[in-house]
Ligand binder design. Structure first.
Ligand code: NAD
Length: 249
């Protein structure tokens, strides 16, 4: 996959750890210039330092806009486009999960997950599309296997990922005329902090149902992002690509 993103400029939200960090690594290996987004300056700078140790010469920078604030996102993305020459790829990866039982849900928890997992995806996509319009570009969203089957507790999370699929398919239709492709990757159970925070009683039974017989790695998901962001996927838009070891839960 070396050089298949050569000359492209990408923004990766939630690029400081887990799946997002793996996407940053793979995009750089594929020849892209990358802006990794963190929720805070300290974590964004920390991730930048790690990535610079791995790829000393890499064209990479750190940004930390508030993803739910369109002005903050537009300013940060414009600065990326100015510094690197364009914005060609947006990986909407930042997200949180929840396992709250339904009777215990608070309004604050509902707002929190809908704000980051849905509102931020729309705001970041809009800011990126404004910069891509005319020249073309690619948006890749992070959905989830829960957008197919729901989950037994914490319904805010699958609700948000069903919405991500809806945004993906709708923007694919609306933005095709501007030569912007919009797809999503739907990861299964992937070994990151997000899964480490879930109860073992939820995870262990799930792993037993994976036909490929193991939990996914962040790298498995990042490979799908590289493919969908590349010209190898030039006739693919509106797709939600499952990368889940074949799980049907
Ligand atoms: P993670 O918790 O390791 O990383 C989440 C990332 O989102 C971090 O970089 C974090 O900084 C960022 N983030 C969190 N809150 C933020 C905020 N308020 N503003 C800006 N950024 C914020 O999780 P992960 O497993 O790497 O998840 C990445 C994406 O993959 C998420 O969208 C998640 O829903 C999705 N996903 C993960 C799994 C899994 O099994 N790990 C499965 C399906 C989908």
């Amino acid at each position: 996959m070396e050089n298949i993103l050569k000359g492209k400029v990408a923004v990766v939200t939630g690029g400081t750890r887990g799946i997002g960090y793996a996407i940053v690594q793979k995009f750089l290996k594929a020849g892209a210039s990358v802006a990794l987004c963190g929720s805070k300056e300290s974590t964004a700078r920390g991730a930048l330092e790690r990535i610079k140790n791995e790829f000393p010469e890499a064209p990479v920078k750190a940004i930390w806009p508030v993803l739910t604030d369109s002005k903050s996102v537009e300013k940060a993305f414009s600065e990326v486009a100015e510094e690197f020459g364009s914005l060609d790829i947006l990986a909407n990866n930042a997200g949180i999960s929840q396992s709250t039982p339904f009777y215990e849900y608070t309004e604050q928890e509902i707002d929190k997950i809908l704000n980051l997992n849905i509102k931020a995806v729309m705001i970041c996509s809009q800011a990126a599309a404004k910069l891509m319009k005319g020249k073309g570009g690619v948006i890749v969203n992070t959905s989830s296997v829960v957008s197919l089957y729901g989950q037994p507790s914490g319904c805010g999370y699958p609700a948000s990922k069903y919405a991500v699929n809806g945004i993906t398919k709708s923007l694919a239709r609306e933005l095709a005329k501007d030569r912007i492709r919009v797809n999503a990757v739907a990861p299964g159970i992937i070994r990151t902090d997000m899964v480490a925070n879930l109860p073992e009683s939820m995870i262990q039974p799930l792993i037993k149902t994976i036909p490929i017989g193991r939990m996914g790695e962040a790298e498995d998901i990042a490979n799908a992002f590289v493919f969908l962001a590349s010209d190898f996927a030039s006739y693919i838009t509106g797709a939600v690509l499952s990368v889940d070891g074949g799980v049907m839960i």
